[in-house]
Design a protein around this ligand. Structure first.
Ligand code: SF4
Length: 220
């Protein structure tokens, strides 16, 4: 194939990938409570912290109980770090309790309001570029980029370049991810489609046989 990162080639390849991902997603049904719940913004941001590097099905199992207990940002603010750690112990990554505790304090002091600017959201405890981008996409329906290891893997396999743990921070890759997220679909739907596709199809073990973009994919 042509150089996968040559600008004209990459635009057409990304269009094929986006189209394949969203077409696949429209035939699927995934039921995660945070996608349908009309919660407040602070709940949506806390949910992104719970989902970080964690299986969505594991979060699903504790989601309702967690927000039943932490029914207000003040309740999260008042909880001790140890209490939060116990409540999320089934998710692993226990250091998250410290971030959730600090996030509860910060957002409580803001009256539960999440800042408007992406940079300010990224600066909140435990957030960063991925959670901020996901929050803006799913809660505020903005067309923004968010990058995690699964998205790096998807683009690397599909376009045929090698990647490692640092790839997501490289300027050329951020430009590539921006091009991938420069689409005309409803932002939340496209975001969910990418998350679901990288979990169910192009995951740890890619399901190439049933993949809708296999014929255009550079993965061997
Ligand atoms: S063909 Fe395989 S490697 Fe390529 S995008 Fe589909 S699942 Fe991923």
């Amino acid at each position: 194939m042509d150089d996968p990162l040559e600008p004209d080639t990459v635009q057409s390849e990304l269009k094929i990938l986006r189209s394949g991902v969203i077409s696949w997603w429209r035939t699927q049904e995934f039921n995660f409570p945070w996608r349908t719940r009309e919660g407040s913004e602070w709940e949506a941001l806390v949910t992104e912290v719970l989902l970080q590097r964690t299986r969505a099905n594991a979060v699903k199992e504790l989601y309702r109980e967690f927000f039943k207990k932490y029914s207000s940002i003040e309740r999260l603010h008042d909880a001790s770090e140890g209490e939060i750690r116990d409540d999320i112990s089934s998710l692993g990554l226990h250091w998250r309790a410290e971030y959730l505790s600090s996030l509860g304090t910060e957002l409580s002091e803001r009256g539960g309001r999440v800042p408007e600017d992406r940079a300010d959201i990224e600066d909140l405890p435990g957030i960063g570029q991925y959670a901020a981008g996901a929050f803006l996409t799913f809660q505020r329906h903005r067309r923004v980029t968010f990058i995690d290891a699964n998205i790096v893997k998807l683009l690397g396999r599909f376009l045929g370049f090698e990647w490692d743990g640092e790839t997501r921070r490289k300027a050329w890759f951020v430009d590539l991810a921006d091009a991938f997220f420069d689409h005309d679909y409803p932002p939340a739907k496209f975001g969910y489609a990418v998350l679901d596709f990288t979990r169910e199809v192009c995951g740890r073990t890619p399901e190439c046989e049933s993949c809708p973009v296999q014929k255009d994919c550079a993965f061997p």
